[in-house]
Design a protein around this ligand. Structure first.
Ligand SMILES: NC(=O)c1ccc[n+]([C@@H]2O[C@H](COP(=O)([O-])OP(=O)(O)OC[C@H]3O[C@@H](n4cnc5c(N)ncnc54)[C@H](O)[C@@H]3O)[C@@H](O)[C@H]2O)c1
Length: 272
């Protein structure tokens, strides 16, 4: 029960990493507020938590909408008074082509959800954390540490989240608030289905095979593996860790040059 009596807010908890983290935080004793634009699936997350004996509630929230976030903070103040853990996890991703052809609206949308949303939710919920201290965890990506072909909007947004997290860490350390980010590698979630195709589609299968090939652990990650990292950062086990970005990518970015592995095809056969 590492989060006993704590109130934890998780954005983007309808599916994927956020949903897995909501289950785990609730299992560890937290009261979990699950916020998402996807009302139907976030309610499913909450129902499953409750069926398992945990405490949770679902709230509809678009993290990129300042008015909605402000009202959400007001609601939390009335219902919970304080927030101990904030997991800014909501995010979108999409390919958009090279920079000169990248649609402006797509760039704006990705920045609005992934970066501005992280700023807005932090801005409005921080006053609920400043009396008692707490932990903020932001989901960035390995794509915030290096770049992908045709995904400059996502790269810019997630790179921004890493440094924004450091700004939170230094501004709020004296309030007992820690701020860290998690940089997942490729994790099997609906986001990957949308980005690269599902496992049932040829394109999606090809993407997964390539990921497995170039990942030292030889597989994609599971949402539950990211939830474990989030739990570490949320709990007192990480009490002297702040301003940090934890990469959880199965070793992918440990390479300087994966060319050798690409030349030696035996690596491709040795995947899970
Ligand atoms: N899956 C991966 O390989 C991977 C890798 C690196 C980083 N990430 C990041 O992990 C986070 C979670 O993604 P996931 O992989 O679990 O995918 P996902 O699509 O299952 O989860 C994203 C969640 O964010 C919600 N969301 C989207 N826009 C929103 C908005 N405006 N307001 C509130 N909620 C919104 C979605 O409804 C969804 O529940 C995202 O920030 C994503 O960028 C994922």
């Amino acid at each position: 029960m590492r989060l006993k009596n704590k109130t934890a807010v998780i954005t983007g908890s309808a599916t994927g990493i956020g949903a897995a983290t909501a289950y785990l935080f609730a299992k560890e004793g937290a009261k979990v507020v699950c916020a998402d634009v996807n009302v139907e699936d976030v309610q499913k997350t909450v129902n499953e938590i409750k069926e398992a004996g945990g405490q949770a509630e679902a709230r509809e929230l678009d993290v990129s909408d300042a008015d909605q976030v402000e009202s959400f903070a007001q609601y939390l103040k009335e219902e919970y008074e304080t927030v101990d853990v904030l997991f800014n996890n909501a995010g979108v991703d999409q390919e958009g082509g090279k920079v000169h052809e990248y649609p402006i609206e797509l760039f704006d949308r990705i920045l609005a959800v992934d970066l501005r949303g992280t700023f807005l939710v932090s801005k409005f919920l921080l006053p609920l954390m400043m009396d008692r201290g707490g932990s903020i965890i932001n989901t960035t990506s390995m794509s915030g540490r290096a770049a992908d072909l045709d995904r400059s909007g996502y790269n810019a947004a997630k790179g921004g989240v890493i440094n924004f997290t450091k700004a939170l860490a230094i501004d709020y350390g004296r309030y007992g608030i820690r701020a860290n980010s998690i940089a997942p590698g490729t994790i099997e979630t609906p986001l990957i289905d949308k980005l690269a195709g599902s496992e049932e589609e040829d394109e999606g299968q090809e993407f997964r095979d390539a990921q497995k090939w170039v990942t030292p652990l030889g597989r994609l990650g599971a949402p539950e593996e990211m939830a474990s990292v989030a739990l570490f950062l949320a709990s007192d086990e990480s009490s002297f860790v702040t301003g940090e970005n934890i990469l959880a990518d199965g070793g992918l970015q440990a390479y300087t040059w994966p060319g050798k592995m690409l030349i030696d095809k035996s690596w491709k056969e040795n995947i899970k």
